[in-house]
Design a protein around this ligand. Sequence first.
Ligand SMILES: Cc1cc2nc3c(=O)[nH]c(=O)nc-3n(C[C@H](O)[C@H](O)[C@H](O)COP(=O)(O)OP(=O)(O)OC[C@H]3O[C@@H](n4cnc5c(N)ncnc54)[C@H](O)[C@@H]3O)c2cc1C
Length: 280
Amino acid sequence: MSRVLIVGGGAAGMMAGLIAAGCGHEVEIFEKNEKCGKKVYITGKGRCNLTNAGDMEDLLNSVVTNKKFLYSAFNQFSNYDVMGLFDELGLAIKVERGNRVFPESDKSSDVINSLVRELNRRNVTIHYHTAVKEVAVKEKAFSHIVTEDGKKHYGNALIVATGGKSYPSTGSTGDGYEFAKKMGHTITKLTPALVPFNAREEYVKRLQGLSLRNVGVVIRENGKEVYSDFGELLFTHFGVSGPTVISASSLLTENITRNPLQMEIDLKPALSEEQLIKGF
Ligand SMILES: Cc1cc2nc3c(=O)[nH]c(=O)nc-3n(C[C@H](O)[C@H](O)[C@H](O)COP(=O)(O)OP(=O)(O)OC[C@H]3O[C@@H](n4cnc5c(N)ncnc54)[C@H](O)[C@@H]3O)c2cc1C
């Protein structure tokens, strides 16, 4: 039996804890917040879109970059395994439009509670209000972590599950990048993804709250079309959001760091210019 230390009690940390404890290891999770899964709580507009009930090909096709990387992970623990796990944990789930899987209660808190209950049942120790400040390495191997109160915690293995850098109010402030660097990993340039866009023009911000359906969206970089979509778009106090914009952001991470982008919105994409003029 090994002693496994996990930094972060989010979605990844809780799952890692369950699996490691299931393999018979002694597990301790260190979470800086007062509870686990603060980000999971806000997912899927508070309903938590757990997984997708489509087949493996569907899943891989919706991965935007480096889908090959996920191939072995999906093979070892598929979306059906996720559904099976929550079934075992007693969480009723349902499948909605687009094969999206949600808890039947529509409450993300039920997802978190089912995971924390199982962690407790598997005797995983969770240290709340406990931020990890440092990861110590000895002879190129993990030695121990140091928590905010100065205490050292030794273990045979360390799992860094501190999340990314988005929504820092949920606890994910990017500490894991430093820990990973310390352990000898290379960190690539960080870029935002699945985010709304800021607009330069003041008039766009005056449209705040306006929600459009069935519109055509074309995004250009230096005049060259780099993205087009059809669907919903929302004006916000800083720019634009909604499904078409969020999807675009995940594909245009490089473009947005290079240049400001131009967006065209076609309010009546099903009508030609002649048909529109005739209508008036
Ligand atoms: C608005 C929104 C909606 C989303 N909707 C969905 C959805 O419906 N379905 C879906 O699958 N995904 C959704 N996501 C994405 C999903 O939330 C993330 O992919 C997921 O939470 C990542 O899990 P994680 O465990 O890697 O990181 P996180 O959930 O960010 O967890 C990291 C944890 O580590 C802790 N931590 C960080 N640093 C330290 C430290 N130094 N010491 C101790 N603890 C530390 C943090 O407090 C946090 O609890 C959504 C995200 C957002 C922002």
